[in-house]
Design a protein around this ligand. Structure first.
Ligand code: IVH
Length: 690
C-alpha cells in the first residue's frame, strides 16, 4: 500500500513536470527543455501509467499530459474549435523505428507509397476559405481549440498567404508559419527579443494590439509581419475536393497559389525514403529555414481511416527527427557574471568534449530557474547540445536528481551588492551604478562594432584605462588625448601579456597614436550608432535608427517628447518608458552634457528599404580593412548587407580564409567577387558611365 502511494506520487510529480514544460512550450513559446529530454520523460510517464493504470480512476487517467496534445490555452484571441483536432506527429529517431511504422502500413496496403517532406520548425496554422476568401486562421492551441489570429495573418504577404483564391468551395488547409534564418539575423540585429526563428514567428504571429485603448497601444512594428513566411502541406477533407493522395493534394495547393516546399517527393519504398532523409540531412545547413527532421506520410488517403490515430498523433504519418549533436560530459562549475545592463548570467564550465567537430569547455545558462528546472548537479553528467548556435547549451542531466546542488547567487559577483529580481521573477540584476563590471561592459558596448566601432579599444585596454582611472565613463574616452603623456607612461610600465608585443617604446607610441586616431575618426558617425552605444534599456539598433529619423543630435534627443512617437506607430510603451527613465536619470544627464561638448560630426543615416537597394552583399573571410568598414561602404552606396547568405543575396565579397559561406553561395548561385571587383562595382555605382 505504502509502495502504491509512492508510485502514485512519483507519477504525479512527473506529470507536473511535463505540464510545466508544456506550458512553457505552448503558452510562453519559451521551451525550457530540449525535445530529447521531453520525449524521454514523456515515454517514462506513458510506461509508468500503462504499468500502474489500476492505481488511477478514469478521470485521473484522462487528465494526464500523456493524453493531451498541448497545454491549455489562455488567449487574448478568440478561441475556436478545430474542425478536426490538430494533432502532433509520432517520432522516429532510428531507421528501425521507421521500418516498424512502414511494416504496419504495408500490412494494410501492400503497394503503399510514401510522401516525404522536410519538417519545418515553425508554428502550425490552419486556414479556412469561404467563397474564395480567407475568413479564419487558427493556431494549434491545445489541439482541440485554436486561437483565431486572422487579424495578424492578413498582414502577411500575399505571396505566402493568399487572401483570395479562385476556388469557391469551403476549403481548409494546414501548414507552417516560419521565419527564414537570414531574416531572423536581421531581426536580431535590430532587437534581440527572440531566442530563435520559431520563437520570433510565434511572438509576431500572436502579437496582440489593443487598438481601442490609446494608453495601452502596444504599437509594435507592423512591418515585422514582413518577416513571416509560410508553407502548406495539408488539405483537410480531401475527398470533398476529389483528391486521393498527398501528392495530388500538394499539386492542388500549388495550383491555387499556396506556397509549398520544393523538396517534397513521392517515394515508393523504405530504402527510397531513407535515401531522401540522407539527402535532406546533407542539405539541412544550406537551407535558409530550420528543419528538425523529415515528415513521412502515407501517400494514399484511402487507408488513413484504417490506420487510425491515438489521441496524440495519427498513424498515417511519422516524423523522422534529426538528432542534434549532443554529448555527455561533466558539469564542473557554474559561475555567475554580470553584464552591462546589470543582468546576471550563469556560466557553466564543463569537462572539455568534442561537439559538432569542435572542442567545447563552456556553456551559458540563462538564469537560475533554468538550473533549478533541469536539476543540474555540479560534478555530475549532463547533456550538452550544439545546434547551429556558437555557444553550446546544457539541455539536461543524464541522471535523475532530486534537486540542483548549486545554490542561487544572491549578490553581485563583482561588487557584492544584493541582487534584485526582474518583474517576471526569472532574471536577477545588480542595480549598483558604480559596479565596476557594469561600467566596464557599458564602455565595451559603446566601443563595439555596431556602436562607435573603436576597434583598438577592446575589453583588455578599457580595463587598464579604468584601473588607472584614466576613464570612468564613455565620455572620458574623448578626453584621452589630453592625457596622452600619462597613458604613454602607463603602457610603458605595464608588464602584462597584453603589452609583451608592445615592449618597444616606438611601438607603444604607435599603438597609442592609432588609438587616438580611431577615437578621432569615431567622431564622424551615424547618429543612430551613438544612440545605440548609450546602451539605453530596450533600445537596440532598430529603435536607435528610428529615433535618428526624428532627431539629429544629442540636445534634440534630450528634448524629444518620446510619447509623441507612440502615435507614429514606431514605439511601444516599453521602449518609451525606458527612454523616459534614461533621460530622467541625473547621472545619464551629466554624461549627455559631457558628450554634447564633443565635436561629433553626425552623418545623415540612410535607412534603407530593402526594396530600393541596388544590390545585396554578404562578406566572408579576411579583407584588407575591417568588416565594419566594408559594411559602411556597402550601406553608403545604397546596398544592403546580409549577415548570412540567402537567395536574396546578390554578391558574396570573399576575402582570405573564408568559411562555409562559399559553399552555400555556389549552391544557390550567389556571385562571388574579390575585394578589387567589389571596389570597382561600388565605383561604377557612384560614377555610372552615361
Ligand atoms: S503534417 C498530425 N507535415 O510538425 C499532424 N507537419 O510535430 C500532421 N510540421 O503540428 C502534420 N512540417 O506544425 C506535417 N511537412 C509537415 C510539417 C509538419 C512541420 C509541424 C506541424 C505539426 C508538427 C508536428
Amino acid at each position: 500500500m505504502e509502495n502504491n502511494s509512492k508510485i502514485r506520487a512519483k507519477i504525479f510529480e512527473l506529470r507536473k513536470k511535463i505540464e510545466n514544460w508544456n506550458h512553457c512550450y505552448y503558452q510562453l513559446q519559451d521551451p525550457v527543455v530540449d525535445d530529447l529530454i521531453y520525449d524521454k520523460e514523456l515515454k517514462k510517464l506513458i510506461a509508468l501509467e500503462q504499468k500502474y493504470y489500476y492505481l488511477f480512476n478514469l478521470e485521473e487517467l484522462n487528465s494526464s499530459p500523456s493524453q493531451q496534445v498541448g497545454a491549455k490555452i489562455t488567449s487574448k484571441f478568440e478561441k475556436i474549435k478545430h474542425s478536426s483536432p490538430m494533432l502532433s506527429l509520432n517520432k522516429a529517431y532510428t531507421n528501425s523505428e521507421l521500418e516498424k511504422w512502414v511494416q504496419k502500413a504495408t500490412q494494410i496496403l501492400e503497394n503503399v507509397t510514401f510522401f516525404v517532406e522536410p519538417k519545418i520548425d515553425g508554428i502550425s496554422i490552419s486556414l479556412f476559405y469561404k467563397n474564395g476568401k480567407l475568413v479564419q486562421a487558427l493556431t494549434r492551441g491545445d489541439g482541440m481549440f485554436g486561437e483565431n489570429v486572422l487579424i495578424n495573418v492578413l498582414k502577411i504577404s500575399d505571396k505566402f498567404i493568399p487572401k483570395k483564391i479562385s476556388y469557391f468551395d469551403d476549403l481548409e488547409i494546414r501548414g507552417e508559419i516560419y521565419i527564414n534564418n537570414s531574416l531572423f539575423s536581421k531581426l536580431q540585429l535590430e532587437s534581440k527579443m527572440f531566442k530563435n526563428p520559431r520563437n520570433a514567428a510565434s511572438g509576431i504571429l500572436r502579437r496582440y494590439k489593443k487598438a481601442k485603448n490609446k494608453n495601452i497601444n502596444l504599437a509594435e512594428n507592423e512591418t515585422d509581419f514582413n518577416y513571416l513566411s509560410a508553407c502548406f502541406y495539408g488539405l483537410m477533407y480531401p475527398e470533398k475536393h476529389k483528391i486521393n493522395s498527398q501528392s495530388e493534394a500538394i499539386e492542388f495547393l500549388k495550383k491555387l497559389n499556396f506556397p509549398v516546399n520544393n523538396f517534397q517527393k513521392q517515394r515508393n519504398n523504405l530504402s527510397e525514403v531513407l535515401a531522401f532523409i540522407n539527402q535532406i540531412k546533407k542539405k539541412r545547413n544550406a537551407l535558409d529555414y530550420n528543419i528538425d527532421g523529415v515528415v513521412i506520410k502515407i501517400n494514399e488517403f484511402s487507408i488513413y481511416d484504417e490506420l487510425g490515430s491515438t489521441v496524440k498523433f495519427p498513424h498515417s504519418a511519422i516524423a523522422f527527427k534529426f538528432e542534434d549533436d549532443i554529448a555527455k560530459t561533466i558539469l564542473l562549475d557554474i559561475f555567475p557574471t554580470v553584464g552591462r545592463t546589470g543582468k546576471i548570467t550563469y556560466n557553466a564550465k564543463i569537462r572539455p568534449t568534442i561537439l559538432a567537430g569542435t572542442l567545447v569547455s563552456s556553456a551559458v545558462l540563462p538564469n537560475y530557474s533554468y538550473i533549478k528546472n533541469l536539476k543540474l548537479n555540479l560534478n555530475s553528467e549532463v547533456y550538452v547540445k550544439k545546434a547551429g548556435e556558437i555557444i553550446p547549451q546544457i539541455i539536461g542531466s543524464v541522471n535523475d536528481h532530486q534537486k540542483t546542488n548549486f545554490s542561487i547567487t544572491e549578490n553581485c559577483p563583482k561588487c557584492n551588492s544584493k541582487l534584485e529580481y526582474s518583474d517576471s521573477g526569472l532574471d536577477q540584476f545588480c542595480l549598483n551604478r558604480f559596479c565596476p563590471e557594469i561600467i566596464l561592459q557599458k564602455i565595451v558596448h559603446f566601443c563595439s562594432k555596431e556602436a562607435l566601432n573603436i576597434e583598438t579599444l577592446a575589453k583588455k585596454r578599457i580595463k587598464i584605462l579604468l584601473e588607472k582611472k584614466l576613464i570612468s565613463n564613455i565620455c572620458d574616452i574623448f578626453y584621452l588625448k589630453e592625457k596622452l603623456e600619462l597613458i604613454h607612461s602607463e603602457f610603458k610600465n605595464k608588464k602584462s601579456s597584453d603589452n609583451i608585443k608592445e615592449n618597444s617604446p616606438s611601438l607603444q607610441i604607435r599603438s597609442i597614436m592609432k588609438l587616438l586616431n580611431e577615437i578621432e575618426k569615431a567622431k564622424n558617425i551615424d547618429f543612430y550608432r551613438l544612440i545605440f552605444g548609450l546602451g539605453i534599456k530596450n533600445v537596440g539598433l532598430k529603435a536607435a535608427k528610428i529615433l535618428s529619423k526624428y532627431v539629429k543630435n544629442i540636445s534634440e534627443l534630450q528634448n524629444l517628447d518620446f510619447s509623441s512617437l507612440n502615435n507614429q506607430q514606431d514605439f511601444g510603451p516599453v521602449i518609451i518608458e525606458s527612454l523616459n527613465n534614461y533621460f530622467k536619470n541625473s547621472v545619464n544627464l551629466q554624461l549627455l552634457n559631457c558628450l554634447e561638448k564633443i565635436n561629433f560630426n553626425f552623418n545623415e543615416t540612410l535607412i534603407l528599404d530593402p526594396t530600393n537597394a541596388w544590390a545585396s552583399f554578404a562578406i566572408s573571410g579576411k579583407l584588407s580593412k575591417s568588416r565594419g568598414e566594408f559594411i559602411k561602404i556597402i550601406e553608403k552606396s545604397g546596398a544592403i548587407f546580409h549577415n548570412s547568405i540567402s537567395k536574396k543575396t546578390k554578391f558574396l565579397l570573399l576575402g582570405e580564409d573564408s568559411g562555409s559561406k562559399i559553399e552555400k553561395a555556389k549552391k544557390i548561385g550567389v556571385k562571388i567577387i574579390n575585394e578589387s571587383q567589389f571596389l570597382e562595382l561600388i565605383k561604377q555605382r557612384k560614377n555610372p558611365i552615361k
